[in-house]
Design a protein around this ligand. Structure first.
Ligand SMILES: Cc1cc2nc3c(=O)[nH]c(=O)nc-3n(C[C@H](O)[C@H](O)[C@H](O)COP(=O)(O)OP(=O)(O)OC[C@H]3O[C@@H](n4cnc5c(N)ncnc54)[C@H](O)[C@@H]3O)c2cc1C
Length: 433
């Protein structure tokens, strides 16, 4: 069995950017034998939120390569050039392409790495390969769509699996009920509910806002309740000085700050990324409610300062016990469909690494995103998108992706080049598949 220098789990923007960096490092005589494993059957970027009129929330210049190497073949600008749309895009006068177009750019970039990416395989665990007390390699186990198990060996691992749907506690008992689903599944699931009359959208962020407007246009007469704990929907602040927190050097500043200070910085700027839709979207929602007033009907409701205390499945709908924070009263509501735009959690990597946990102290990462491990643990494991607490708010976004992959690639090169007691490619034991 081949031993890879690097296996990447997930082939979203973070690991595509890493594949590009490694490709360009070959020109500098750094050859890293890498392979990527992606659970989706082909490349897709948040496919179920690919709504019409949805736009990027970050400049196209923060693409997969420009910030690291503006001369790269894989810049968004070169993608436009290759597709013969560069001049037309310039005429749009925007930094913010549609999500459809950015998805196409990402798919174009990903297509250059089909030879080193297995699609349709979900990594299920990572095991230690030991020699005496030392762990020398990692065995990555994945399951394909026919439920066959695949195993691969690697010297280093980069886990870039994005977020997993966050479901508030009061909805956990409704798991499996087709009437309740997370925004992560929105487009796929909403098609099954064309006759819905009463719809609840829970959340206050960009996804909740986009879904509310999409539902308003998708259904002629359904009633939609937008439910949130906050008093109002606040816009994301993308003014220039605030935006500096997404600059690459701010990562150093956050990482080098004492833990308490990091927490304070995250708190101060939390609203740049969470529960903060674009201003334009907020204005559109406000207009929908205003036009209702003009027409004298109350088709949709904005249930601000409301929390869902209980949600139970009934034959005729999902029944909410809603707590109205304005008057401290409870009321019952019933819905045909409930959409949870309640965000993502990013700790799933821990369950993939369960067999390795004895070799880690606290799963903290160093500045180069490598998990700190015991001396007898030789492989290097890196995290992308799960280091917000140590590296700042840009970690889950595209902002620093291109530069971050350079830092990781360089750390991998340094690790591989370290004289270490590692088996050569030829002496590796073969693995059962
Ligand atoms: C709707 C939406 C819009 C967004 N828009 C923006 C934006 O405009 N600007 C911005 O900066 N950020 C945006 N984001 C944030 C988003 O996190 C980043 O844009 C980007 O997707 C991060 O890339 P990633 O590769 O780290 O994670 P992801 O894009 O989530 O990719 C992770 C990949 O790993 C795969 N995977 C997961 N588990 C496994 C496993 N066990 N085995 C194999 N494969 C696995 C997944 O299928 C997925 O393809 C948006 C997020 C959402 C949800």
């Amino acid at each position: 069995m081949q031993i890879y220098d690097l296996i990447g789990i997930g082939f979203g923007p973070s690991n595509i950017a890493l594949a590009i960096t490694l490709e360009e490092k070959k020109l500098m005589n750094h050859h890293i034998e890498s392979f990527f494993i992606e659970k989706q059957p082909n490349f897709a970027w948040h496919a179920n939120m690919m709504l019409d009129n949805a736009h990027m929330q970050v400049s196209f210049l923060k693409d997969l390569a420009t910030m690291r190497n503006p001369c790269s073949y894989f810049t968004f600008t070169n993608y436009l050039h290759q597709k013969n749309r560069l001049q037309d895009f310039i005429n749009l006068k925007t930094f913010f392409p549609s999500r459809h177009e950015f998805n196409d750019y990402l798919a174009w970039a990903a297509s250059h790495f089909d030879h080193c990416c297995a699609y349709g395989e979900e990594v299920i665990e990572v095991l230690p390969e030991k020699q005496g007390d030392d762990v020398l390699l990692l065995r990555v186990r994945s399951r394909d769509q026919q439920h066959l198990i695949h195993e691969r060996l690697t010297r280093s691992l980069v886990i870039s699996i994005g977020g997993q749907s966050k479901v508030p506690d009061c909805f956990l008992s409704l798991k499996g009920d087709a009437r309740v689903f997370h925004s992560h599944h929105y487009l796929q699931k909403i098609k099954e509910h064309t006759k819905a009359k009463r719809i609840a959208v829970v959340g206050a962020g960009q996804s909740a806002s986009e879904i509310f407007l999409d539902l308003h246009q998708r259904f002629d007469s359904a009633n939609i309740d937008l439910i949130m704990r906050a008093r109002s929907i606040k816009p994301s602040d993308d003014s220039p000085f605030v935006n500096e927190i997404f600059n690459t050097d701010f990562t150093d500043y956050v990482f080098n700050s004492p833990e308490q200070e990091r927490g304070r910085i995250l708190g101060e700027f939390w609203h740049t990324n969470y529960a903060a839709p674009d201003l334009m979207l907020i204005e559109q929602i406000y207009n929908v409610f205003y036009q209702q007033k003009v027409a004298g009907n109350e088709r949709h409701r904005f249930l601000r300062r409301h929390t869902v205390r209980k949600a139970i499945a009934k034959a005729d709908g999902i029944q909410f016990t809603l707590h109205d924070l304005n008057n401290d009263q409870e009321k019952l509501m019933s819905y045909d469909v409930v959409i949870l735009a309640t965000g993502y959690q990013r700790d799933h990597f821990k369950s993939l690494l369960t067999p390795l946990l004895p070799y880690f102290n606290d799963l903290k990462v160093n500045r180069h995103y490598r998990i700190n491990s015991a001396p007898q643990f030789k492989p290097a494991i890196f995290l992308q998108g799960a280091c917000e607490a140590s590296h700042g708010l840009s970690d889950t976004l595209l902002s620093v992706t291109a530069v971050r992959t350079n830092e990781i690639a360089q750390a991998v090169i340094n690790t591989i080049n370290q004289p270490k007691n590692m088996p050569s490619k030829r002496s590796a034991s073969s693995a059962v598949v």
